[in-house]
Design a protein around this ligand. Structure first.
Ligand code: SAM
Length: 248
């Protein structure tokens, strides 16, 4: 049987496509791509031409069975997404699950991932972290999700796009407090790469003041609730308990 290679592609800078990724894309029988036009451009940049199959959110379930059949018959396939590592806020997990369930070999060709690249330059605690992906688009659902993360002690990582970055930062500052340490990574490995921030309050201000800081692709990282935060909350409760005995 063939192998399903899960191949990471660049998140901006094309130089980040690994030597092994190139070799894999050159030699597989076909490449499953989220957007075939996008992947064709990447391949042509490297002088490669391979058959492409569309595999996106809407057809993944339907396609998985026939792809598993092709693997079982001995073809090797690569899975790529538009940017970075497939399955990380990108399609692919249903295909990988089906291939593994059929006893087929699934092998990673690792490379760029925006979340990990961002974490590596943020200077926030990184021994334990939580990847939250995209927050809900609707305000109420987003605030609800954030409310449930308020006392999470691990560093939080979120993906965000240009049209929601301002709203998301404002909601984060409201939920976690403006003093909470946070870092915003924008357009990593690209021309306008920017890494900003000390606190959520500062990020709200900086992004609000400069429309250029709202353009592109973002990773928002928020330090977890520390002992400080816990201490402040219990201090608040203590003060409230004392006061409440004096209130009517
Ligand atoms: N699979 C990709 C990965 O491994 O990072 C993520 C795909 S997800 C659909 C796209 C989101 O990833 C963007 O909205 C942004 O939050 C983040 N992202 C992708 N490229 C980025 C970059 N160069 N700089 C900052 N964030 C990026």
């Amino acid at each position: 049987a063939g192998t399903l290679y899960v191949v990471a592609t660049p998140i901006g800078h094309l130089g980040d496509l690994s030597v092994r990724a190139l070799e894999t894309l050159r030699t597989v029988d076909a490449i499953c791509a989220e957007d075939t036009r996008h992947t064709r451009q990447l391949l042509s940049h490297f002088g490669l031409e391979r058959p492409l199959l569309a595999l996106h959110e809407h057809n993944e379930d339907a396609q998985a069975a026939s792809l598993v059949r092709r693997l079982a018959e001995g073809e090797s396939l690569a899975l790529v997404s538009d940017a970075g590592t497939p399955l990380v806020s990108d399609p692919g997990y249903r295909l990988v699950r089906a291939a593994r369930a059929a006893g087929l070999r699934v092998s990673p060709v690792p490379g760029a991932c925006a979340a990990i690249a961002a974490l590596s330059v943020a200077g926030l605690p990184s021994d334990r972290f939580v990847f939250e992906g995209f927050l809900p688009a609707k305000g109420a659902a987003r605030r609800d999700r954030l409310a449930r993360l308020v006392s999470e002690p691990r560093t939080l990582l979120f993906y965000e796009s240009g049209h929601r970055i301002e709203d998301s930062l404002a909601d984060m500052a409201a939920a976690f407090g403006p003093e909470r340490p946070a870092v915003l990574a924008r357009e990593l490995t690209k021309l306008f790469e920017t890494v900003l921030g000390e606190t959520l309050g500062e990020l709200v201000e900086q992004v609000g003041a400069d429309p250029n800081q709202r353009k592109g692709e973002f990773v928002v990282m928020v330090q977890g609730a520390g002992e400080d935060a816990d201490a402040r909350i219990s201090e608040g409760r203590r003060v409230y308990a004392t006061l409440s005995t004096h209130l009517p």
